[in-house]
Design a protein around this ligand. Structure first.
Ligand code: AP5
Ligand code: MG
Length: 214
């Protein structure tokens, strides 16, 4: 099962990818989480990536593509994976297709979690992310049972640096310009599936599960 999650920033890609990973026992590979782990650990890559992320811009391909594609060659990915946040541009998608073709593999589904821009800013301003394990919550839609701390690891929950309203607007415009064209790209390959991401997160997940089990 090789799945790509598509959708605007805040559409719920990460939320759904974690649910799919838990149910179908395949790893959740998030390019954003890889960058945030590097930022937290103070690596050179993290320092460079942060400059772009804080402005709502994409991290350049030379810092992104090899890093993510290499992650897919790890042992835990041999039965599949859920890619979240990658690919994000047509060149990234083409490089991924070529890398898969070389090893006789292909993607099974590209799942677009569709949420209109109007809903996005509210979602982002209420999102809280764990500094320790990256788990995500929402102060209204999915609050942590431990208040300001993570239910999973107990670490502190914070508002992501790039979730300020002005940065979210920039991320949305970058999404429409550079990432949305992937919807037509994967439709052309016959693997695109769309789900209504404005529903309750369990209903979104039920719609995705129905696709995967059809
Ligand atoms: P990344 O981490 O991928 O961020 P993003 O795409 O902007 O998406 P988010 O993680 O913000 O949203 P999400 O769709 O995962 O939503 P979530 O499930 O958290 O990337 C960050 C940055 O890294 C980029 O801007 C870029 O700079 C860089 N980067 C990463 N990959 C790159 C690449 N390939 N190339 C270049 N640069 C790259 O949900 C959002 C909130 O809504 C949460 O609070 C959640 O609880 C809530 N929620 C979720 N579902 C629902 C629902 N159904 N109803 C109500 N609330 C919901
Ligand atoms: Mg995410």
């Amino acid at each position: 099962m090789k799945i790509v999650m598509l959708g605007a920033p805040g559409a719920g890609k990460g939320t759904q990818a974690k649910m799919i990973a838990a149910k179908y026992q395949v790893p959740h590979v998030s390019s954003g989480d890889i960058f945030r782990a590097n930022i937290k650990n103070g690596t050179e890559l993290g320092k460079k990536a942060k400059e772009y992320m804080d402005q709502g811009l994409l991290v350049p391909d030379e810092l992104t593509v090899d890093l993510v594609i290499d992650r897919l060659s790890w042992e835990d990915c041999k039965n599949g994976y859920i890619l979240d946040g990658f690919p994000r541009t047509i060149p990234q998608a083409k490089t991924l297709d070529e890398a898969l073709e070389k090893i006789g593999e292909h993607l099974d589904y590209a799942i677009d979690v569709d949420v209109p821009d109007e809903n996005i800013v509210t979602r982002m301003s209420g999102r809280r992310a764990c500094v320790g394990c990256g788990a995500t919550y929402h102060i209204v839609y999915n609050p942590s049972k431990k208040g300001e701390n993570c239910e999973v690891c107990g670490d502190q929950l914070i508002l992501r640096d790039d979730d300020k309203p002005e940065t979210v607007q920039k991320r949305l415009s970058v999404y429409h310009e550079q990432t949305q064209p992937l919807i037509d790209y994967y439709a052309g390959q016959g693997i695109l599936k769309s789900v209504d991401g404005t529903q309750d997160m369990n209903d979104v997940f039920a719609a995705i599960a129905a696709i995967l089990e059809a």
